[in-house]
Write a protein that binds this ligand. Structure first.
Ligand SMILES: NC(=O)c1ccc[n+]([C@@H]2O[C@H](COP(=O)([O-])OP(=O)(O)OC[C@H]3O[C@@H](n4cnc5c(N)ncnc54)[C@H](O)[C@@H]3O)[C@@H](O)[C@H]2O)c1
Length: 255
């Protein structure tokens, strides 16, 4: 794998203040991309920028709540002004949640759709409209909860399932314009969002012991697959959702 796999590319990474998005921004920049890191967490972005500076990586930051109207247009306009037009978009921002269907209110359902699906759609629509003739690559973040029914995850699973459907649909739309659209479906990954779950015994039994690769995933496991899908190494890959879960969603396994 080339360490300069993304050289010459300009990329937008959302959810970049924490976890998988932060690692994706760092991996993209380490592989030669100029990166605009987007998140609503300004302090987290400042910390990312400090780390990038100490490693001599080209990462700019832009604080933006992606759920508000016009956010996608503002992000792409900022990118054009700072770095020029992007050819890569990694939609990583998202939020998990635990609730069965009967415990999910209308407002909860709307929130999870807006946070995980609508932001992915509005950012991807904007990307497609600005990529131009040269095309580009979009990588979305789904979840293994989109691939397997899991108790107590109604609104999140529905939203992530739709992210995978949208990935296939926009891949069909984008092909003739040289735009590839793919997704990753992480399993349980150790990030600030999952800190409580990973130390929970029941979750450890249900998830970690029931997959063939016997360890908890880390953000770099996902970031490297996102970087591959974003790069020209994946030039003939579009419309797929790749599970990054140590085999949890692809095997029947019991320790
Ligand atoms: N960690 C896991 O186990 C796991 C598993 C499957 C899928 N995922 C998905 O991976 C992605 C990243 O998860 P993570 O674990 O790194 O989470 P995280 O909480 O560490 O990071 C998510 C980032 O998204 C940002 N964000 C949230 N709402 C936003 C908004 N409205 N506008 C802009 N930024 C916003 C947060 O500020 C945060 O920096 C999410 O889409 C999540 O659903 C994670």
């Amino acid at each position: 794998m080339s360490s300069q796999q993304l050289a010459g590319k300009t990329a937008i990474v959302t959810g970049a203040a924490s976890g998988i998005g932060r690692e994706t921004a760092l991996v993209f920049a380490a592989r030669g991309a100029a990166v605009l890191a987007v998140d609503l967490d300004g302090a987290g972005l400042a910390s990312l920028r400090a780390e990038a500076g100490s490693r001599d990586l080209d990462i700019r930051v832009f604080a933006q709540d992606l759920t508000v109207s016009g956010a996608a247009e503002r992000v792409f306009a900022h990118c054009a002004g700072e770095l020029g037009p992007p050819s890569v978009l990694a939609n990583v921002a998202g939020k998990g949640g635990d609730a069965s269907a009967t415990a999910t209110t209308d407002d909860d359902f709307e929130f999870f759709l807006r946070m995980n699906l609508t932001t992915t759609f509005t950012m991807s629509r904007q990307a497609m409209s600005v990529f131009g003739d040269a095309g580009g690559s979009i990588v979305n973040t789904s979840s293994t909860f989109a691939l397997v029914g899991v108790r107590g995850s109604a609104p999140y699973s529905a939203a992530k399932g739709a992210v995978s459907s949208l990935t296939r649909q926009m891949a069909a739309d984008g092909g003739r314009h040289n735009v590839r659209v793919n997704a990753v479906a992480p399993g349980l990954i150790a990030t600030p969002a999952t800190r409580g779950k990973i130390t929970d015994g029941l979750f450890d039994d249900l998830v970690t012991r029931s997959r063939p690769l016997p360890r908890v995933g880390v953000p770099a496991d996902v970031a490297h697959v996102i970087a591959f899908l974003a790069s020209d190494d994946a030039a003939f890959v579009t419309g797929v959702t790749i599970p990054v879960c140590g085999g949890w969603s692809t095997t029947r396994f019991r320790d």
